[in-house]
Design a protein around this ligand. Structure first.
Ligand code: KG4
Ligand code: ZN
Length: 345
């Protein structure tokens, strides 16, 4: 073995964030993300606009990440990129860039599953965090993003089983769609979170879905909020404006309750004492508080990622890439993006 450090460049472009990060021997050196404001006015991500924005962002974002890491790009060991799941056009920009970069710098390519990246974000450490505890295998991870809601049994870095997932909308999607009904801009999740902090979570009650033990369903909730608000607006056209904090708090309350309840049930059924949460919705303050409370009550050890690694970021892709590098798991130049990439048994 050589004593050269292992330095991985990670690239994330699956949705509407263009991100690049550098990890040296498992320690994060830089993580740079360009968000795309262009989608706000459309109430959701417009795939074609996302691809174009990735194209203009990717070179400066990668250059900044390398510069901030203080490394020479000739010392990079490999380039890791998100292969999927995500928007095909967006993934294509990252993958094409990674292929060209790997060829030009004569380094190997590593493909990463975005959802596994979210989970492996729990292993990211900065240089002053060497003693930071990380989850031990096996642990359960509630992965909640804009496109996915899953409870995953993580047996090893890349040995992950999906215990249950949503049969329709994802939790993040529910936040965003309900926010849209309330007239809030995209992405609505963080805005509902902010409004909810001022509201009463028990002001309005919405039904819980009747689905399998570890399954989730959020499309019924969205519809019941829609009908509820339509009715209220007929009685009072200013209802939403006058009650937006209570509506947000009540919606958040039910989503959080569903998520936490299922995660606790899974922990009990599988006899696992370490639980984690990952993905954009793990930034939600109500979810973080409820998980902290319930973990304490049930004597579980809880892992919540720092905010920077909840929503899409390349640090998690570089981290997953580092573990794949150690396992000699490389991709060829013929690798293609997969919008519906899956993992697990
Ligand atoms: O993981 P992520 O950045 O992208 C995907 O892989 O989908 O997740 C984005 C989702 C969006 O639906 C967004 O509204 C939601 O995460 N989100 C939140 C919060 N921050 C981001 N939802 C609720 N509360 C938040 N604070
Ligand atoms: Zn994501």
């Amino acid at each position: 073995m050589s004593n050269n450090p292992t330095i991985i460049l990670g690239i994330e472009s699956s949705c509407d964030d263009t991100s690049a990060a550098v990890i040296r021997d498992g320690i994060l050196l830089s993580n740079v993300t360009a968000n795309q404001a262009v989608h706000k006015q459309y109430g959701g991500v417009v795939p074609e606009l996302a691809s174009r924005a990735h194209q203009s962002n990717i070179v400066p974002v990668v250059e900044t990440a390398i510069q901030q890491a203080g490394i020479d790009k000739n010392h990079l060991s490999a380039v890791a990129f998100t292969q999927g799941p995500g928007l095909l056009g967006s993934l294509l920009v990252g993958i094409s860039f990674a292929k060209g970069f790997a060829l030009a710098n004569q380094i190997p390519l590593i493909s990463v599953n975005h959802m596994q990246g979210h989970i492996l974000a729990h292993f990211i450490r900065q240089k002053d965090e060497l003693n930071k505890p990380v989850p031990e295998f096996p642990f359960l991870c509630l992965t909640v993003s804009g496109g996915h809601t899953q409870i995953v049994k993580v047996n090893d870095y890349f040995d992950m089983e999906i215990i249950g997932e949503t049969i329709d909308d994802a939790a993040g999607e529910a936040f965003d769609k309900i926010a849209k009904i309330m007239g809030l801009p995209y992405p609505g999740g963080p805005l509902i979170d902010k409004l909810a902090q001022e509201g009463n979570p028990l002001a309005f009650s919405f039904p819980k879905p009747k689905v399998g033990k570890f399954e989730f369903s959020f499309s019924g909730l969205k519809t019941s909020v829609l009908y509820f608000l339509r009715k209220k607006i007929q009685e009072n056209p200013d209802f939403i404006e006058q009650h937006k904090t209570d509506i947000a708090a009540s919606v958040q309350h039910i989503i959080v309750e569903i998520l936490v309840e299922k995660l606790l049930q899974a922990a009990q059924q599988f006899g696992i004492r370490q639980v984690a949460v990952a993905g954009g919705v793990s930034a939600n303050s109500g979810l973080r508080q409820a998980l902290q409370h319930k973990a304490k009550e049930n004597n579980l050890e809880l892992f919540i990622p720092p905010f920077a690694y909840c929503t899409d970021n390349a640090a998690m892709i570089a981290m997953a890439g580092y573990f794949k590098y150690l396992a000699n798991d490389f991709a060829g130049q013929d690798v293609v993006p997969n919008a519906r990439l899956k993992f697990g048994k």
